[in-house]
Design a protein around this ligand. Structure first.
Ligand code: FAD
Length: 516
């Protein structure tokens, strides 16, 4: 018997879920998306994490298929500006750490580092970002071949679970264009699309969803309901009244104001990274797309009024912001206690969100969808499937919370109440001990959050070194071992970086070649 899923919501979460379920199950599962014309999508969410590559692979989409249509660009890193002090910056690259004689290169760098910039001394990607270079040659080869692209099978399905190395980049894209692209992909493959409002939710006597009542299309019924209704959380939060666990005591940013800034990127060049610039009450994102810049100020309402935030953002952007309309957004930071309750699974903002620093919203959606496919219940009501899914998705978002807390705890910046208070906010119980350990020793496998949440220990190392707030020192053993191999490796990074910057086309040149 064909099984059925109804997805409420046609934002990034709704269409990612619909297209992925179709790719996974083909016509063995009927999928319907109902989305409102009256209620808009959130309209932000344009930077991704490097795992997103698996999503497009799974759908059988090449970069040439979707990037030009969604004004896509490459993202090789996050560039963090002013977190240590005004005028400073460092990169958090999608590039694993080199190891010399069993010791991470950044540990060696603390002892023998040459330039004072750990990122440029230990990694290649910061050089590519500074040079606005493409991560691919014009013949499409990646700048490094650690990641198995299986050239004989260019479009093969992979999942997060199979990722065995750090893919060296993620993407930026126009969120509205991507949702539109995915909706066409999904509808072409048989997903039903209904434009209507869900005005009521009917529950049966056990509290399971029995149907979604729409304004014009009657009642929609299914075996499984997926709530992708955004911060409204119309099914999980409203109808099923699942409690919400707020993260705001640890991460106070609960508002954002965003602008879409037209830009002549071909003339200016496109730096292949997201920039996060620290501000008085939060930080500003700068996301370069092919035809414009997406930018926004994420801030804490307790420290900054919306008008003040908009003024700061407009000043940051300069004259190009003059006639642009600002989009003010309230954010609900935290997670539903359970993301899957009875026959309803929340995905995207409906289930939870941690502020957009390090761009994890779409990663969490992708992770949730993969888990849903893995634990897909069909008509089975086994609670173990739900419990396992809930554990896995809760662990992922809590890991992200921990990584983001590090940004504020670890930042040397303490020049006003917002930044000073960040140093004394509550942290989750088991993080307190890890924070202690990071004061004197760089994070590693044994001292970072133990469950899958996409970030590896090297990411924590980049933060600890770049943010500048911890009194770190090199491991004492490095005083009594030979450092020649480490010095040679540091020199090799520099040499490879020089060769690559000379050989790679510019980011703009490569993207233009995809459009021909
Ligand atoms: P929405 O986009 O809000 O979509 C909700 C959908 O539900 C809409 O289609 C609406 O019509 C429909 N709907 C709601 N109620 C009804 C109803 N009653 N009847 C019918 N339809 C209904 N993530 C990243 O990965 N990278 C980023 O850089 C990033 N930046 C962000 C910046 C900010 C300020 C915020 C707030 C989020 C950011 N995110 C980011 C998160 C990202 O935007 C979201 O995860 C993503 O867009 C998914 O949104 P959504 O689909 O869950 O909800």
């Amino acid at each position: 018997m064909t099984q059925s899923v109804v997805i409420l919501g046609g934002g990034t979460a709704g269409w990612m879920t619909a297209s992925y379920l179709r790719a996974a199950f083909a016509d063995r599962v009927d999928v319907t998306v109902v989305e409102s014309r009256r209620i808009g999508t959130i309209g932000v969410g344009e930077a991704t994490f490097s795992t997103v590559r698996h999503f497009f692979d799974y759908l059988g989409l090449s970069e040439a298929d979707w990037m030009p249509e969604c004004n896509g660009t490459y993202k090789l890193a996050v560039r963090l500006e002013n977190w240590r002090a005004p005028g400073t910056y460092f990169y958090h690259p999608f590039e694993r750490m080199r190891v010399v004689d069993g010791v991470p290169l950044t540990d060696w760098w603390q002892k023998v580092g040459a330039s004072g910039h750990f990122d440029r001394d230990c990694f290649l990607i910061p050089w590519l970002c500074d040079a606005k270079a493409s991560p691919r040659h014009l013949d499409h080869r990646l700048f490094e071949q650690d990641f198995d692209e299986a050239p004989d099978r260019p479009l093969f399905r992979t999942t997060l679970a199979e990722q065995n190395t750090q893919f060296p980049y993620a993407y930026h894209f126009d969120a509205a264009l991507l949702a539109d692209f995915l909706s066409r992909y999904a509808v072409r493959r048989g997903v039903d699309r209904i434009i209507d409002d869900v005005v009521d939710v009917r529950l049966d006597e056990q509290g399971w969803i029995a149907g979604l009542v729409t304004r014009e299309h009657g009642e929609l019924t299914a075996d499984l309901y997926v709530d992708c209704s955004g911060f409204r959380s119309r099914l999980l939060g409203d109808a099923l009244a699942e409690p919400f666990v707020s993260f705001q005591d640890a991460l106070p940013n609960d508002r954002a104001v965003a602008l879409r800034v037209p830009a002549d990127t071909a003339a200016q060049g496109i730096r292949p990274c997201t920039t996060a610039t620290a501000q008085d009450a939060g930080w500003i994102w700068t996301i370069p797309l092919y035809d414009r810049i997406g930018t926004g100020y994420v801030y804490a309402g307790d420290y900054c009024e919306p008008e003040e935030a908009e003024r700061a953002l407009r000043e940051f952007v300069g004259p190009a912001a003059a006639d642009l309309e600002a989009n003010h957004i309230r954010m609900r930071i935290g997670r539903s206690q359970r993301a899957w309750v009875n026959n309803c699974v929340g995905i995207g903002l409906a289930a939870g969100f941690v502020e957009p620093l390090q761009s994890t919203g779409i990663f969490l959606i992708q992770h949730a969808i993969e888990q849903l496919v893995r634990y897909f219940p069909g008509t089975n009501r086994d609670p173990v499937l739900r419990d396992t899914y809930n554990l896995s998705t809760a662990r992922a978002i809590e890991g992200v919370r921990e990584f983001l807390i590090l940004h504020y705890r670890g930042a040397a910046r303490a020049d006003n109440d917002y930044w000073r208070d960040a140093k004394s906010r509550a942290v989750p119980d088991d993080m307190a001990q890890r924070l202690e350990q990071w004061q004197s020793r760089l994070p590693d496998n044994d001292t970072t959050y133990p469950y899958y949440h996409a970030f590896e220990p090297y990411s924590y190392v980049c933060m600890a070194l770049g943010l500048g707030g911890f009194p770190l020192r090199h491991p004492p053993v490095l005083d009594v071992v030979d450092a020649r191999a480490a010095r040679a490796e540091l020199a090799r990074v520099r040499e490879q970086a020089r060769t690559l910057v000379d050989a790679l086309p510019s980011h703009v040149e490569y993207l233009a070649s995809l459009r021909r």
